[in-house]
Design a protein around this ligand. Structure first.
Ligand SMILES: [Zn+2]
Length: 337
């Protein structure tokens, strides 16, 4: 009996990873989407440029093909909003949400799609990444390359978010509503996430999986990633528990002095109490292409990245099914801006 149990346990661990639906997260599709988002014709996807608009249109098209619903029955996946642009004395641009201010009115778009929950439609689970990057710059021009492709930062996270949309659409059994969001202008101050966070009551958001830079191996090697702000809620523990029996490990953020929890779009929702964390593999002490024109698809390990996406899918199982609810972030304990 003991031997039988042991064998069946081994069999179970070996097969967890080939469970239903995970095939939808294919290396071929991950490669196609990542390559398109990081292509030179997206011109580095800088907010307020045509390359950025092109990237938004590409993501919206993917949402359409997957069959996601639109937010609040709107007529587009693009969540477009206005800001005021001001040029200050040293010719640098600044942006404000206060439309009463003097300056040029400019537009930005997030891209948002949803899968309504079967039994808990008013409880939201968010998967997100930011699609903007740094654009084109001839500063530090190297090898004649001026396009900051942002393959890892954060075409990788957006690719993961789109692949997760495919996966959950195929499973078609999410009890909570899943919101898939590609945020704009993260690199300029998180304007997209800020606008997005005002479109609903944050109490309704059960969890946010923000995904940033998962294209390179983590400091522990393949099949591992880290979660920022691990100690701020029990969400990380819940995700770890769902990976028990697989060859995947999610660790607490190993770079606490870098304050990564506050450096991506998850922080905007965390400040509203939402259990909102960023999942990443980026070696912050040794990532030679970070914020360089050389952040290109050729520097990524797409196979490992595809496996990380599967791990995120599995780790979220209990939350998406409405069986697990992470503790809230204690807002008063967070750092000031
Ligand atoms: Zn980023």
């Amino acid at each position: 009996m003991k031997i039988f149990l042991l064998l069946s346990f081994l069999f179970y661990s070996a097969t967890t990873f080939s469970q239903k639906g995970l095939k939808a997260i294919s290396l071929k599709e991950t490669t196609r989407i990542e390559t398109a988002l990081a292509a030179d014709n997206m011109e580095g996807r800088r907010a307020f440029t045509t390359g950025n608009e092109k990237a938004a249109a590409f993501i919206a098209d993917e949402f359409q093909r997957i069959g996601l619903k639109k937010w609040n029955n709107q007529d587009s996946y693009l969540q477009t909003f206005q800001m005021v642009k001001k040029i200050n004395a040293n010719k640098r641009a600044s942006y404000s949400f206060d439309l009463s201010q003097e300056g040029e009115k400019v537009l930005l778009s997030n891209v948002v799609g949803i899968l309504p929950g079967k039994s808990k439609p008013n409880e939201y689970v968010i998967f997100s990444g930011h699609f903007d990057h740094l654009g084109i710059s001839s500063r530090n021009l190297k090898d004649n390359d001026s396009i900051y492709n942002g393959a890892n930062d954060d075409a990788a996270g957006v690719t993961a978010m789109i692949m997760l949309a495919k996966y959950f659409k195929k499973l078609n059994n999410n009890e909570r509503t899943i919101i898939f969001a590609a945020f704009n202008a993260e690199e300029m101050g998180g304007f997209g996430a800020t606008y997005f966070s005002k479109q609903f009551d944050p109490v309704q958001v059960i969890a946010m999986f923000n995904i940033e830079m998962i294209g390179t191996e983590s400091k522990w090697g393949k099949n591992s990633a880290f979660i920022t702000g691990f100690e701020k809620t029990n969400m990380g523990e819940l995700l770890q528990k769902n990976l028990t029996g697989t060859n995947f490990t999610f660790y607490p953020d190993p770079y606490p002095t870098q304050q990564l929890f506050y450096r991506s779009d998850n922080a905007t929702l965390a400040r509203l109490g939402v259990p909102a964390h960023t999942i990443s593999t980026s070696k912050m002490d040794n990532e030679p292409n970070y914020h360089k024109a050389s952040d290109e698809v050729s520097t990524l390990d797409l196979k490992n990245m595809n496996q990380i996406i599967k791990a995120i899918a599995l780790s979220s199982k209990g939350i998406v099914a409405g069986l697990e609810t992470p503790t809230r972030v204690e807002v008063s304990a967070l750092r000031n801006r």
